[in-house]
Ligand binder design. Structure first.
Ligand SMILES: [Fe+2]
Length: 289
């Protein structure tokens, strides 16, 4: 049985434990007058998170010559924005590193794809001079969170969705909407709202497939556009593809809006720069978890 959107959202009421900490830490980190002790206690309340955080920020990726040995140390040396994106990356693994049969994703594939989209989003944010590349990382990481909920319904209607993809030559995402009456970005946004994620993340999750319709509904269209391009690139380059990679399309206009070169040679260039980010993705994969 396929539930309607409200029934579906009502059924999902348990926020994975460690997301509570990420959401609380994110709220504290957004406050310029944050009490560092409260922040430190919030992060420190999850020992596994602390262990992971110290491991990650002491990895070669961050290049600190002096070892970071405490949460307070991490807060002062990493800065709020980086700390927030690392906390989200660490807590997300438990949820995103799952097998999702409905999307034909083996264990680890959605996780790699999400990290890939996160790293690409941060890169695109940097080259387009977006104000907060770390926020772009988190938005890219979480954009497909709705798949965690929708996959079981996709699984039950899989053959029908596939038939629509083939007969109407539309993307898996569009066919998902047509057959189920909703899609993973819509559900992801509703879940993110229910879990008190920052508004900017809720909106990016909702419009990551179609930022062109976000005008007036999304405060940060540039961020949604960055994540859209990163998402498409991660699918085009085959990172943890699953069946959502079918008939995947990128809106070229969005590339132009971001001030990127949308000619074929410009796109080729972009792809080659993104392929160079593989080592960063590998490093995150091996340093988280
Ligand atoms: Fe998506």
């Amino acid at each position: 049985m396929v539930l309607d959107v409200d029934e579906l959202i009502n059924k999902v009421d348990v926020l994975p434990h460690n997301f509570h900490i990420a959401v609380k830490a994110a709220k504290l980190l957004d406050d310029f007058n944050v009490d560092i002790n409260e922040l430190s206690q919030t992060i420190g309340s999850d020992q596994a998170l602390v262990t992971q955080l110290l491991k990650l920020c002491n990895s070669a990726e961050y290049g600190f010559s002096k070892k970071i040995s405490s949460v307070n140390d991490a807060i002062t040396r990493l800065g709020f924005k980086t700390l927030k994106s690392l906390v989200f990356a660490i807590v997300s693994k438990g949820s995103l590193n799952k097998k999702l049969e409905g999307y034909d994703l083996d264990k680890g594939e959605l996780w790699r794809n999400s990290l890939t989209c996160a790293v690409y989003s941060k890169y695109l944010a940097e080259i387009t001079k977006y104000k907060d590349p770390e926020l772009a990382f988190t938005a890219g990481l979480l954009r497909d969170i709705g798949k965690l909920i929708v996959h079981q319904y996709v699984k039950s209607k899989y053959k029908k969705i596939l038939k629509v993809v083939e007969s109407e030559k539309i993307s898996f995402y569009e066919a998902e909407s047509q057959v189920l009456g909703y899609n993973h970005s819509q559900i992801g946004a509703k879940i993110a709202l229910k879990w008190n994620f920052p508004k900017v993340l809720v909106e990016t999750i909702e419009f990551h497939h179609n930022p062109e319709i976000a005008e007036g509904k999304c405060e940060d269209i540039k961020l949604a556009s960055i994540v859209h391009v990163a998402d498409s690139m991660s699918m085009m380059l085959g990172a943890g593809l699953g069946n959502d990679g079918m008939m995947y399309s990128m809106n070229i206009k969005i590339l132009e809006n971001l001030g990127l070169d949308a000619t074929s040679s410009g796109i080729e260039n972009l792809i080659s720069n993104m392929v160079d980010l593989d080592s960063q993705i590998d490093s995150l994969m091996s340093n988280i978890g």
